[in-house]
Ligand binder design. Structure first.
Ligand code: AMP
Length: 544
């Protein structure tokens, strides 16, 4: 017998339709690129997304074509996503921090037809434009008064374009399995690869993210996605907030501690999300004055491992709960969250912290396992390290144009490239990226765990651990530290600090101080660059 329920297509624009119908006056507050705070609501966003879709159709965009955005989180960026989708087209988010060569490659590879961009990014595109034959228009996301002079030949003004349309437009609804968005992953080797989300996968992912143990903000929340829309779909928040009718607060181009604090305070933000570096900047700013966070309840942190000291500080000094999140572009991106189970309420704080530090539990629609080098499944004992494999309706099954070949096995398992343990309760913990693991005397050392502890030292701003060749042990860990301003911790002091916190043989053999640790376009430590930099490092018998 077949089920007799309706086949309601899971189309992204049904989310904005819902927000307009049920949460019309809910606000979207943005720090505009021009500077002032801008206020709008879901009804207006809906109307302007329709104008945007109309304009795109007039510019000749056909269903299935790709339209790129290079923009910070603002109301206009939100409108363009739904406008592009409503024209039946596919949004492609460009990370402005990528190298020009990479941008050049991905814009041509995805065959982007039109590019929406913030005025800030005009110089980047002016330098690239002649290598981008497919782009027929650059739409500058500004009004006429803020339109800068540009050498871009086919530049159009966003607000003029919208003003010419009446918004009387029917979304062009493609099949729910058709492409909705593209985001490239920037691997350390080879060209970036395009992950292609469908309407269905994005809607299902939004429902995953909406679960209370995942991100789960509700209607009463004021939600600030600090994570950019070009970093793995802003972790789903650009769909999730309108789905539940939450207020949105968009930080624009300014993500320094002071600017973020200003919005957290003035817009009574109750839920926010970003990578650890953003929160390091905020916490430093908060410490610099007697500032509190009375409205903020929860902060989701992911993209890199969350240091223990960060969770503690948010908890104890500000009464804010950290949700640790692991995921990746290929997973839309949510994978796991470090939420506590009911019986953990009985544990003391430090033991709870041990659990919350783990990357955490997989929600429904994310399936995971760990395997050895031969693909054999490993036990969930919290000790066995293995390749972390995932599958689910919001996990990639191939990259755009088949780049990288087959990326899933016959049972749809996708190798995340992370090495992890899973304990008996199902908590996954990342040890390293597989290409960054440190193998010493046949045993594994978790660089992430040492880094996490090292940043808890009061003189340390950032830490990275890399494995370097060692004559006796194959590899030994080198700890690279960026000290806090004005501080110069000695190797001895750091080792003393780590002594009781890690196994003896995990202790880094050497500790070096540096001004800066290199980062990728999404804020991750570039271990390969560090290994190159320190390739001629000579081990000392006793550092300090
Ligand atoms: P991306 O696709 O750029 O978001 O990168 C995904 C990768 O970031 C993952 O495969 C992990 O290696 C890393 N990552 C993301 N979240 C975390 C986390 N909470 N802890 C440790 N690593 C993480």
């Amino acid at each position: 017998m077949r089920g007799l329920m309706q086949n309601f297509p899971l189309h992204e624009n049904s989310i904005l339709d819902h927000a307009k119908k049920h949460h019309a006056s809910r606000e979207i507050i943005s720090r505009s690129i021009e500077g002032p705070i801008h206020k709008t609501n879901y009804a207006q966003i809906h109307h302007r997304a329709k104008q945007c879709a109309q304009a795109l159709v007039k510019l000749g965009i056909k269903p299935g074509q790709v339209v790129a955005t290079m923009a910070w989180n603002t109301w206009r960026h939100l409108e363009t996503w739904y406008g592009i989708l409503g024209a039946g087209a596919v949004y492609h988010t460009l990370n402005p921090r990528l190298f020009p060569d990479q941008l050049n490659y991905i814009i041509n590879h995805a065959e982007d037809q039109i590019l929406f961009l913030d005025a800030t990014f005009i110089p980047i595109m002016e330098n690239l434009a002649e290598k981008l034959p497919n782009i027929r228009a650059y739409i500058i996301m500004a009004d006429k008064t803020a339109m800068p002079k540009t050498k871009l030949k086919n530049a159009l003004c966003y607000e003029d374009l919208l003003a010419a349309e009446d918004g009387d437009f029917q979304w062009i609804l493609t099949d729910e399995n058709d492409a909705a968005g593209i985001c490239y992953t920037s691997g350390t080797t080879g060209n970036p690869k395009g992950v292609v989300y469908s309407h269905r996968s994005n809607v299902l992912h939004t429902l995953i993210a909406a679960m209370p143990d995942v991100l789960g903000p509700g209607n009463a929340d004021s939600v600030m996605p600090v994570v950019p829309m070009f970093h793995a779909n802003a972790w789903g928040l650009a769909f999730l907030a309108p789905m539940v009718g939450a207020k949105m607060v968009m930080p624009g181009a300014k993500m320094d501690g002071e600017s973020i604090y200003e919005l957290l305070d003035s817009e009574k933000v109750s839920f926010t999300a970003a990578v650890p570096t953003v929160w390091l900047m905020l916490l430093q700013y908060l410490e610099g004055g007697n500032r509190k966070l009375p409205h903020l309840k929860r902060v989701a942190i992911g993209g890199s491992a969350v240091p223990r000291s960060m969770i503690e500080k948010f908890d104890k000094d500000y009464g804010v709960t950290v949700s640790h999140l692991w995921g990746m572009t290929e997973m839309s991106p949510v994978g796991t969250t470090g939420s506590l189970r009911a019986h953990h309420g009985e544990l003391d704080y430090e033991d709870q912290l041990d659990i919350r530090l783990k990357q955490g539990l997989a929600p429904y629609m994310v399936d995971m396992k760990i395997t050895d080098d031969d693909g054999k499944e490993l036990p969930w004992d919290g000790k066995s390290f293995g390749h972390l494999m995932v599958r689910g309706p919001a996990v990639a099954r191939a990259y755009l144009k088949g780049e990288g070949g087959e990326i899933v096995d016959e049972e749809s398992w996708f190798d995340t490239g992370d090495v992890a343990t899973i304990d008996a309760e199902g908590y996954m913990q990342i040890t390293d990226r597989s290409k960054d693991v440190i193998k010493s005397g046949g045993e594994w050392i978790s660089s992430i765990e040492i880094e996490n502890l090292a940043v808890g030292h009061p003189d340390v701003a950032e830490a990275a651990v890399i494995g370097l060749p060692h004559p006796k042990w194959d590899e030994r860990p080198l700890l690279v530290l960026v000290p806090k301003e004005g501080a110069a911790p000695s190797a001895r002091a750091i080792k003393d600090y780590l002594k009781d916190k890690i196994a003896k043989w995990w202790m880094p053999d050497d500790i070096v101080l540096t001004d800066e640790i290199p980062h990728t376009a999404t804020g991750k430590i570039q271990k390969m660059a560090l290994r190159e930099k320190y390739q001629n490092h000579r081990w000392t018998d006793e550092a300090g």
